[in-house]
Design a protein around this ligand. Structure first.
Ligand code: 7RM
Length: 651
């Protein structure tokens, strides 16, 4: 306890336990705790041998690798000496089997248009587009910037880059021209791929217009390919801009995948740092592809007849690993949806689940909380009986939101996999294996085989059970980042300097008496009240368990007496935003988790500031609570008006 140890106090009491049904366990890949434990122990005793064996079996090699791991801290190289290709492993490998005619993508546009691409059809499109890239002079190692709506061509563009050995950098369609230009310049991208527009809540996102402004400030970009999606009028710059369909019309469908070294860069994905300078996380070919494939199969207990729907955008790592590389490497059928969950109405997701008979749904707590707020009647209109498994990613899921997801969406029959991971980890690190591990609402349960976490205090000592500390990884894993693009120093400092020989995830966590992991939030977000260090998620979960509360964000604000006071921002699903509700919420938190965590200030708000992947930006709220202007990066904010609104509430 206390400030100097770096430990975090836990106040949460969550004891509900949900074992997998006998029926689910009997049909799953890893169907018992003993089977998980055996695999986990085997991997832990020799992680490199474990991953080597999987790599040989699970990937196609043009040239076999010689060494599993070369570890020159902090740079890992996996499967050294081997040559493979991520696109080949996602597409070509299926052409020789009955999967050739299986749907790789079933896509629905926001206006309701649909398309299906079999693995064979996907192969043809990817080959043609790879030839288009070559025709514009794109070579192995070149950076290609992708700024597109969620259409199949986005995945085709990513895979075509991988096919020729080029490095893609996908930027959220919706980021500003400034953000696109910053990323283009940092990566020194030579090609931009975009569309005339995209659909979002019935409106046209003017992607090409944004790109035009971005390219005016991205001198390294020589060419721009424009997909026709909305048919809206755009200006095409002679010599620089090319229509996707015109280039494709002329392209040959013959384009063998380029064998590349295991450690050839596959992609860069930018995450926001708090300093404002975008941070390009670099991933490479063999290790990432293997990790995405195996974690997909394990966590989603993949079956050939599944229809897997990950609702993420490809501009987030979740879209890279669980819309494109993981499921395709496994030969799965992926549902891809272009638009918003509340268009034309708040039941759009449930309409899609019913229409296509989705079996596995992977979404984010921010969406789940929105569904709760919108009301059960949207769900009740639809038959969701096809679902067999549910997943969550992006933030901690508040136990009450977990229970709703379980009951209302899962009909009480679907296990929930709460998956903890990061852009940096490449794939899921901790999650229940749904046929093996009993779940607890709010816990990501246990590490996957080959993943070796620890929780340390500030002195680098493992903390005892039920004490929070810093989550670290004690051994390299194939999906780990290979650094920050162009900034080795920042990579070393940020991830490898706090504890010797340990990867610092930047999150706080605790392990309970059953060995279950509970993520407690970002280290930077800890609230320090009179020497007691509180987890944001625990305070927020206590608030969300009140029937009137839809969402909550807790931050610390400076306080003369206590060091910090607990300041919370709350959105309501019912009730009146007044002092009597404030008092009631205070009492509620006190009853749930104790007087220490009781909020000092409660602000009611219509919306919280979030990133495009739905994470609450507590950093910005901290400034507002302290009455300061925000200084940090706001380029990843989803909706600028939310911040302006919160500020004006202050005045
Ligand atoms: C996949 C992704 C990473 C950060 C991570 C956490 C938070 C993600 C969970 C979670 C609690 C989870 N990549 N986070 N998943 N916290 N439970 N299941 O989100 O790079 O965008 O973010 O997100 O703080 O460090 S990310």
């Amino acid at each position: 306890m206390g400030t100097d140890s770096g430990q975090i106090d836990t106040v949460m009491q969550e004891t509900r336990l949900f074992p997998p049904s006998a029926e689910f366990a009997a049909q799953s890949r890893i169907g018992s705790l003993a089977a998980y434990q055996k695999l986990y122990d085997q991997a832990k005793s020799n992680p490199v041998a474990f991953w080597e064996e999987l790599a040989r079996k699970e990937l196609h090699w043009f040239k076999p690798f010689e060494r599993g791991l070369v570890w020159e801290e902090p740079l890992a190289q996996w499967f050294v000496g081997g040559q493979t290709n991520a696109c080949y492993n996602c597409v070509d490998v299926h052409l020789a089997s009955e999967k050739r005619n299986k749907a790789a993508f079933i896509w629905e546009g926001e206006p309701g248009d649909t398309r299906t691409l079999t693995y064979q059809q996907l192969h043809r499109e990817v080959c043609k587009f790879a030839n288009v890239l070559k025709g514009l002079g794109v070579k192995q190692g070149d950076r290609v910037s992708i700024y597109m709506p969620m259409v199949p061509e986005l995945a085709i563009a990513m895979l075509a880059c991988a096919r020729v050995g080029a490095i893609h950098s996908v930027v959220f369609g919706g980021f500003s021209a400034e953000a696109v230009a910053d990323r283009n310049n940092d990566a020194q991208a030579i090609l931009q791929i975009t569309a005339d527009g995209g659909y979002r809540r019935g409106k046209n996102l003017p992607l090409k217009e944004t790109v035009d402004a971005a390219l005016a400030k991205s001198p390294s970009v020589k060419n721009c390919i424009v997909l026709r999606r909305t048919g809206s009028t755009v200006t095409m710059q002679e010599g620089r801009d090319h229509w996707w369909h015109e280039l494709m019309d002329r392209a040959s469908a013959d384009c063998p995948a380029e064998p590349v070294d295991s450690e050839n860069s596959l992609f860069i994905l930018y995450t926001s740092g708090s300093t404002g300078k975008p941070k390009g996380i670099r991933h490479t070919t063999a290790g990432y592809t293997l990790f995405a494939k195996k974690t997909f199969e394990w966590v989603f207990d993949y079956r050939d007849d599944d229809l897997f729907w990950c609702t993420a955008d490809c501009g987030w790592v979740t879209g890279h690993s669980y819309i494109v590389y993981g499921p395709l490497a496994a030969g799965a059928t992926v549902l891809m949806y272009e638009g918003a969950p509340n268009w034309p109405a708040e039941d759009r997701f449930w309409d899609i689940v019913e229409k296509y008979r989705v079996t596995v749904l992977y979404t984010a707590p921010t969406a789940i909380r929105a569904f709760i707020k919108w009301g059960d009647h949207h769900v009740d209109k639809h038959d969701l009986s096809s679902l067999r498994l549910l997943g969550s990613v992006g933030e901690g899921i508040n136990p009450e939101a977990w229970m709703w997801y379980h009951r209302k969406i899962g009909g009480g029959r679907c296990p929930i996999v709460d998956t903890w991971w990061q852009t940096e980890t490449g794939g899921i690190m901790m999650s229940p294996l749904p046929g093996a591990i009993a779940t607890k609402p709010g816990s990501c349960t246990k590490p996957l085989p080959g993943v070796i976490p620890e929780i340390l205090d500030d002195d680098g000592k493992p903390v005892p059970a039920n004490h929070g500390g810093c989550l670290v990884m004690s051994h390299p894993w194939p999906g780990m980042l290979r650094g920050i693009w162009g900034d080795d120093k920042r990579y070393q400092e940020q991830y490898w300097s706090k504890f010797p020989h340990r990867y610092l995830a930047g999150d706080n966590a605790r392990i309970d008496d059953d060995g279950y992991y509970w993520i407690m939030g970002r280290i930077d977000d800890v609230i320090n009240v009179s020497g007691h260090r509180l987890s944001t998620i625990e305070v927020e979960s206590a608030l969300v368990s009140h029937p009137c509360v839809a969402e909550a964000a807790a931050v610390g604000r400076p306080d003369e007496l206590k060091g910090q006071a607990v300041s919370v921002f709350v959105t309501l699903k019912s009730g009146t935003a007044d002092d009597s509700l404030r008092e009631e919420l205070r009492k509620h938190v006190r009853k749930e988790i104790g007087a220490l965590a009781q909020p000092d200030d409660i602000r009611f708000t219509g919306a919280l500031p979030k990133t495009r992947s739905g994470k609450i930006m507590r950093r910005l709220l901290r400034d507002i609570a302290a009455g300061k202007e925000s200084v940090g990066d706001t380029t990843t904010l989803e909706d600028y008006t939310v911040l302006a609104k919160l500020r004006s509430d202050e005045e």
